[in-house]
Structure formats: structure tokens, C-alpha cells
Design a protein around this ligand. Structure first.
Ligand code: S3P
Length: 453
């Protein structure tokens, strides 16, 4: 039985606990798997082109595999050619076919919300579903703009949650949408729906969020213009009804996955590792900025452009860290990195205050509460004040706890990294969800010298 089937009924049949122990130096050169955001988009957008797109370096984690299956269910031809190498024959904008059964997105909010947008511009009906974690996450934020475009939820669970039956628009209407939350998923859903509408679809965001959808739409030949709004915002304008043309894609290594070995190398004394080909899109690298402010030795060895994104090899050395203030405006560029930053803040000297984390409450788990709990059970002094997370670092972490991971891959990896440098081992109740974003995590970390068993 596959992992997603295991969990899709709302409980885990096969939990897999794991423990991390204080490790000797971490050494080596590694390349983490492909970027999750770009991998989802490469499958969804190439399925909306006319013709064949070849993708290299696709993340073959469960979240992305579920998106590949969904694209097939919607009529695209999606084939795996080799490791990370995929071919997608698209059906064109507005060309998705009505699926025969429910679309199961497993643990993935990105897959689900982006495909809701893509389906909203097609005259079809589809039932969206996922695992117990995804069934708790808010979908109304996406339905609101999609209903203005002309799509409708025919059925949904309480509070606008999955399972949700969406009827796409027969004649999609272009909208101008001022996004009330800093969410790339929400922005992307509106843009993907807008592809099928005549005229201009406009999304205005107060805080710029990751721009992979905009970049990839341009890569496939759509007309997208991006203008600054205020200090941190953007206005994205998409010209509707383009003919999207296939073009090869190379997926760079995921900075959100690189964060885990990078963090481990910073806190295990004497370590030095090189992370190869990490994407350094500035809308994704808030963690690196913050860590440099904390005193982390992260050296950029070489940079190049790979598939329209900047990538770099990074050398990381064990470092003495100090607590810092992380401004709320930085949150969108490091939204997935707060659990691992909180771990690093425990090993820093002094207080780290991470501001404006309300969006963390609606991730794969309530990551604000779960991150605080992860630290607390391991003897770290931590508080939540409003939407801020405050960690009082003492240059060390006692460890000795077992962390409840709440079906959340990033909590599991963060806790395990902590245990590589804490005084006592750190356990996680369930490491199974790590495969959603980082297949091979345990083997890669062991290859660097991490004690995981
Ligand atoms: C993602 C956007 C972020 C992030 C998620 C991936 C994306 O979510 O947390 O892991 O690929 O667009 P939000 O858009 O909900 O902030």
C-alpha cells in the first residue's frame, strides 16, 4: 500500500518513528532533490500547453507524484522517462477533460490549490480531496476569487474544506484581485484560472510571494507583466487565452530542502559541507539572509542560471550563531523555513523573535504551535506572543524529547536535525511524511555523517 493511501483515510496505519543522535562532524558534497514548487508547476503548466514538454530534475516526492496522477486524470499524457525525467503532452488552455473519479492530492496544498485554479477555467466538474492534514486546510481563500471568475463549489466540507466538488466556468471572466493574504498558491490559482479568460487577469499582492508561476508562464509564451506596488508588493498582469507552447524545463534543487542539511552543518561542531545547485531566487532565500545575520558561515562558491532561475553552490561551515529579530516582511520569502530556523535559534546565543507568522497556522499542520511544542519537549525556552515566535537561545539544546509531527514533513526533518546536535537524542513519532518533499532525506543525511536510526 502506498504511503498516501495509508494516510488518506485520516489516520496513519504505519507510523515510522525515527531518532537522531548527537553526531560527529558532517562532511561532503550533496545535491538535494528538485524544487517542490517548481515541480508542481512544471507538471500543471506543461499540461496546459499544446505539445510535449520534457522536464529534467523533477522532484519525485509524493506530493508531486500526486499532481502527476491528477494531470493524467484530467487528460494530459504524463510519462516518467527516467530518474527525474518526465514527459508531458498537454491538452491546451481550457482543454482539461472531466475526471472519472476524485482527484487525490494527498498531503499537498500546492497541488490542490493550483489545480483548483486550472480547473476553474474549464467547463468541467471535479472532486478535490486529500489526506487528513489537507482536509483541515482552508480552501475558501481560493474559492472566493475563483467564484468571481465563474467557477462554483457544488459541495464542500464545513468551513470550505475538502472534499470539495468544483464546477469550472463555462465562460471565465477576467478579474482584478487584491490578495488578502501573502500566498503564492492563491496568486497562482487566480492566474491559472485567468489563462482561460479573455482580457487581462490582474493579481495585486501587498507582499511579493514566490514568482515561479509568473516565470514559468512567460517560459511557455504567455504575456505576463510584473510591476512593483508599494515597498514590498507587486501587481501581476496576465493576458488571457494565450497559446502556451511547450519548452523544456530544468528543475533546480529546492532551497527549502537544502535548509535541513545546511542547518545540520551549522550546529554540528567541525562540520563543513557543500550544497550543489541550490535555487537562490530572492523570493525564496529569506532563511539564508537571516542566517547570515545570525553569523552563519554560508559562502556562495559559484552561481549560474538554470531553467530561468538563479542557482548557486553553497559551502556551509559550523558556526557560532546569535539571536536576531526576523521582520514580518521577510516571512513570504522563508515561509516554510520557520521550523528549522527555530531549531537553529535554540543553538544560538540570545533571543530570536520571528514576527508575523499567522500563515504558519494553516500549513501541513499548525506549524506555529507544533514548532513551539517541538522545542519545548526538548527543553528549549520558547514562547508564542500573538503571531510571533520567540526562542530564547542558550547556545545548546538539551533534547531528549519525542516530537509529534502532525503529518508534517518539515517538522519531522527539523526535529531530526535538532537531535544531531542536542545533548540527548531527539525522536519523531512519524518520519513517513518526509517523502512528500524530500525522498532520500535519511540516506543523504547519513551520507554526510548524521546518526539517524
Ligand atoms: C507554495 C507556497 C507557500 C508554501 C508552500 C509552497 C507554492 O504556500 O508554504 O510550501 O508552491 O506556491 P502559501 O502560498 O499558502 O503561502
Amino acid at each position: 500500500m502506498s504511503h498516501s493511501q495509508n494516510h488518506s483515510q485520516g489516520h496513519s496505519l504505519a507510523q515510522s518513528p525515527l531518532t537522531a543522535r548527537r553526531s560527529k562532524v558532517l562532511k561532503g558534497r550533496v545535491r538535494v532533490p528538485g524544487d517542490k514548487s517548481i515541480s508542481h508547476r512544471s507538471l500543471i503548466l506543461s499540461a496546459m500547453t499544446v505539445g510535449e514538454t520534457k522536464i529534467a530534475g523533477l522532484l519525485e516526492g509524493e506530493d508531486v507524484i500526486n499532481t502527476a496522477k491528477v494531470m493524467r486524470a484530467l487528460g494530459a499524457k504524463v510519462e516518467r522517462l527516467g530518474e527525474g525525467a518526465w514527459s508531458v503532452h498537454g491538452v491546451g488552455v481550457g482543454g482539461f477533460a472531466e475526471p472519472a473519479g476524485p482527484l487525490d492530492f494527498g498531503n499537498s496544498g500546492t497541488g490542490c490549490r493550483l489545480v483548483m485554479g486550472a480547473v476553474a477555467g474549464c467547463p468541467i466538474t471535479a472532486l478535490f480531496d486529500g489526506d487528513a492534514s489537507l482536509r483541515k486546510r482552508p480552501m475558501k481563500r481560493v474559492l472566493d476569487p475563483l467564484s468571481r471568475i465563474g467557477a462554483h463549489a457544488l459541495e464542500m466540507a464545513e468551513g470550505g474544506r475538502l472534499p470539495l466538488k468544483l464546477q469550472g466556468a463555462r465562460d471565465p471572466i477576467p478579474i482584478e484581485y487584491a490578495s488578502p493574504v501573502a500566498s503564492a498558491q492563491l496568486k497562482s490559482a487566480v492566474l491559472l484560472a485567468g489563462l482561460a479568460a479573455p482580457g487581462e487577469t490582474i493579481v495585486i499582492e501587498k507582499e511579493a510571494t514566490r514568482d515561479h508561476t509568473e516565470k514559468m508562464l512567460t517560459h511557455f509564451g504567455a504575456q505576463v507583466t510584473v510591476e512593483p506596488v508599494g515597498e514590498h508588493g507587486r501587481r501581476v498582469t496576465l493576458k488571457g487565452r494565450p497559446e502556451l507552447l511547450p519548452a523544456p524545463l530544468q528543475v533546480p534543487a529546492d532551497p527549502s530542502s537544502a535548509a535541513f542539511p545546511l542547518a545540520a552543518a551549522l550546529i554540528v561542531p567541525g562540520s563543513e559541507i557543500v550544497l550543489e545547485g541550490v535555487m537562490t531566487n530572492p523570493l525564496r532565500t529569506g532563511l539564508f539572509v537571516t542566517l547570515r545575520e545570525m553569523g552563519a558561515e554560508i559562502e556562495t562558491l559559484s552561481t549560474k542560471t538554470d531553467g530561468g532561475e538563479e542557482v548557486a553552490d553553497l559551502r556551509v561551515k559550523a558556526s557560532t550563531l546569535r539571536g536576531v529579530e526576523v521582520p514580518a516582511a521577510r516571512a513570504p520569502s522563508m515561509i516554510d523555513e520557520y521550523p528549522i530556523l527555530a531549531v537553529l535559534a535554540s543553538f544560538a546565543e540570545g533571543t530570536t523573535r520571528m514576527r508575523g507568522l499567522s500563515e504558519l497556522r494553516v500549513k501541513e499542520s499548525d506549524r506555529l504551535a507544533a514548532t513551539a511544542q517541538m522545542l519545548r519537549v526538548n527543553g528549549v525556552d520558547v514562547e508564542i506572543e500573538g503571531d510571533d515566535l520567540i526562542v530564547h537561545g542558550k547556545g545548546r539544546a538539551p533534547g531528549g524529547g519525542v516530537v509529534a509531527t502532525h503529518m508534517d514533513h518539515r517538522l519531522a526533518m527539523s526535529a531530526l536535525v535538532m537531535g544531531l546536535a542536542s545533548e540527548q537524542p531527539v525522536g519523531v513519532d512519524d518520519a513517513a511524511f518526509i517523502v512528500t518533499s524530500f525522498p532520500g532525506f535519511v540516506e543523504l543525511m547519513r551520507g554526510l555523517g548524521a546518526e539517524l536510526s
